[in-house]
Design a protein around this ligand. Structure first.
Ligand code: NAD
Ligand code: UD1
Length: 350
């Protein structure tokens, strides 16, 4: 089956592409590289031996998307394309609503036109549950008013896809990710954001290789196991596997399928730091800092539905994720150094 992956060169998209290819799917990627690099295609090729068809444009460009559908006739879509930084969404709400909703509208218009494409997997987030009344969070936990425009777009898109599916008979998987971390086990793919990372794992990676001096642990006075925030960290390769299982579920004509993707286990910030140190035999420089505004004490996923209805179970541990993340960060540093050496040579030759 041919699958169109929007945002397929991004962090979760690229890992999912490798898993799709390894499961025999034909993959077509569209990405405007607003938050990714073209070199990711080479890494996908190095890992899988397959170079998927790649289109570089904004998914909101309906004319280009129409041409892509005409040429490629995908039967399913995995929709990762969108902006994801919570803080930035508070500064630039319009940019977030325009991109996240706009890209979804373009895709749905194509699905309405090209009926053969009747399956869509959407990257939702545990953020839709807001401040939890209790944990674990299950798919029937209440959806709360989002505290930021990013979260609001996820709630809105879940609703839009549900309404669309009712009328068009589309099969939709709304996958609510918990906290994806780690990297491809080869170390060739991972997450290396430009500038100061917002999320803990890429921050930890940069402290580990000396690119940042110290990790700030936001708060040690929460009502948790050791006072630091607790989250459900899921290895990105397990998450990738979840998408393949979701596609198989959609092939059974299941209508709208809502599902958490997490491990079911909460890990505190200090436990994560300890796992990272153990996995890589290094010391992480950290200090306790004030709480971050808007943070919750604890969340983790209820995993019964994923297990029973998808057959989903995580294969990787937090320690695996820490080892893979570190390996990728070292590789990434190495690539950057070679690039800057090459640039120096070019300047000397000029
Ligand atoms: P990412 O930024 O690494 O990947 C998104 C990709 O989409 C990037 O390659 C970017 O260039 C591309 N893109 C963005 N807007 C586009 C557009 N209009 N047209 C074409 N390409 C576009 O992010 P990610 O971490 O891989 O997340 C993927 C999806 O999963 C996002 O929708 C995000 O909100 C969701 N999600 C992520 C997390 C997380 O912790 N990473 C958690 C929950 C949900
Ligand atoms: C955040 C977003 C969430 C989004 C998710 C993935 C907020 C409030 N939530 O989740 O909507 O879906 O990212 O993009 O922004 N921490 C530190 N030091 C750091 C960074 C984080 O101690 O430098 C702590 C946090 O306080 C938290 C834990 O690490 O306890 C995880 O934080 P983070 O990786 O940012 O993810 P979330 O806040 O869970």
């Amino acid at each position: 089956m041919k699958v169109l992956v929007t945002g397929g060169l991004g962090y979760i998209g690229s890992h999912t592409v490798t898993t799709l290819i390894e499961n025999g799917y034909e993959v077509v990627i569209v990405d405007n590289l607003s938050n990714s690099k073209i070199e990711v295609l080479d890494s996908i090729y190095a890992i899988t031996g397959v170079r998927p068809a790649f289109y570089q444009f904004d998914v909101r460009d309906e004319q280009k998307l129409d041409e892509l559908f005409e040429k490629e006739t995908p039967e399913a879509i995995i929709h990762f394309a969108g902006f994801k930084a919570v803080g930035e969404s508070c500064q630039e709400p319009l940019m977030y609503y325009e991109n996240n909703l706009g890209s979804t509208f373009s895709i749905l218009k194509m699905m309405k036109k090209y009926k053969v494409c009747n399956k869509i997997v959407f990257s939702s987030s545990a953020t839709v549950y807001g401040v939890p009344d209790s944990v674990p969070l299950t798919e029937s936990s209440p959806i709360k008013e989002a505290t930021n425009p990013y979260g609001q777009t996820k709630i809105m898109i879940e609703k839009i896809l549900t309404d669309f599916a009712k009328v068009e008979g589309t099969n939709v998987a709304l996958l609510r990710y918990f906290n994806p971390i780690g990297a491809h086990t080869t170390g060739l793919l991972g997450e290396d954001p430009n500038g100061l990372p917002n999320n803990i794992f890429p921050y930890l990676n940069k402290v580990a290789v000396g690119a940042l001096p110290i990790l700030n642990v936001f708060g040690d006075d929460y009502e948790t196991v050791d006072g630091t925030g607790v989250r459900d960290y899921i290895h990105v390769m397990d998450l990738a596997e979840g998408h393949v299982l979701a596609l198989k579920k959609l092939e059974q004509d299941c209508g709208v399928f809502v599902c958490n993707l997490g491990t079911g286990k909460g890990t505190s910030v200090l436990e994560l730091v300890a796992a990272y140190e153990q996995a890589n035999d290094i010391k992480i420089n950290y200090q306790i800092a004030p709480r971050r505004a808007g943070d919750i004490a604890e969340n983790y996923a209820g995993t019964e539905k994923a297990k029973n209805e998808l057959g989903f179970e995580c294969k990787y541990s937090i320690k695996d994720a820490c080892g893979d993340g570190y390996r990728f960060q070292i590789y990434s540093l190495f690539v950057q150094r070679i690039k800057s050496k090459n640039r120096e040579k070019e300047v000397v030759q000029e």
